[in-house]
Design a protein around this ligand. Sequence first.
Ligand code: APR
Length: 320
Amino acid sequence: MARKKIALVGAGQIGGTLALLAGQKELGDVVLFDIMDGVPQGKALDLAETAPVEGFNAKLSGTNSYEALEGADVVIVTAGVPRKPGMSRDDLLGINLKVMEQVGAGIAKYAPKAFVICITNPLDAMVWALQKFSGLPANMVVGMAGVLDSARFRYFLSDEFGVSVEDVHAMTLGGHGDDMVPLIRYSTVGGVPLPELIKMGWTTQEKLDAIVDRTRKGGGEIVALLKTGSAFYAPAASAISMAESYLKDKKRILPVAAYLKGEFGVSDTYVGVPAMIGAGGVEKIVDLELSSEEKAGFEKSVASVKGLIEACKTIAPALA
Ligand code: APR
């Protein structure tokens, strides 16, 4: 069986980490694309020279030409400008929207059958625009945010309880912003929902509220520490888990930014929801029942995503 092909559009901090993880997991051959001359080529060569030491087989190449995306099975998009300290995700809108237009055209021309994962921020609006610009079916274009947000939530919970991260499951809904909705009721430690753990005296509502708040601000916490960029290890690992579920038809249920056509009462919007990812892309959306409080938080988050989408339509009338 021929190897799969993974095209990474953007060979920056996340792009390089994606290439390393895709190689180490032998998901397929990897093409790194970037507009910077030499950067994708240099990173690809450096990673190819890592392969003998790490013992993985994957062809790694770097390019400045969209042609190299030809026939990609998966395209992961990080092209754009990352958030700087003091800059909100929304400030990035205008710059990165133009990038999505170019990338969408490249994907439409050379990889129209690919499963596309967008990471570029502001995420929910960018994945919405990328799907429109590329014209690919909506079930084949998703955004990576929920896996990262819930990984942060999981890590903070495992730290609070002193238990393995493997036994902590957590769910976040909504847009990838400070008003995302970490769902306490649907998050568990060893299968026990968090509200039960409060009753059992393992933690308190106040501690969980603080963890929820830290999760919501998780991206900003890293930006403030790094000062010259944003998180890249966990975002890359999160997108790779989505790519792997598609390539291996694992049918994992992952929180992803998916196109909604009435699920959760939302239409023509990308927003974070639990979805099944398999060989058919987004195969199913888990349309959860929400409490009135959860619903209010979700609706607030959806409203801010819709605001960004409207702003995109104003900047690029072709999207309207
Ligand atoms: N086409 C292709 N690549 C582009 C384009 C473009 N039009 N514009 C910018 N790039 C490239 C840059 O040259 C850079 O190498 O995108 C890369 C982005 O890499 P970094 O700046 O290192 O950013 P990174 O940390 O990888 O984050 C990428 O993910 O978290 C989001 O908001 C973040 O949008 C950012 C993205």
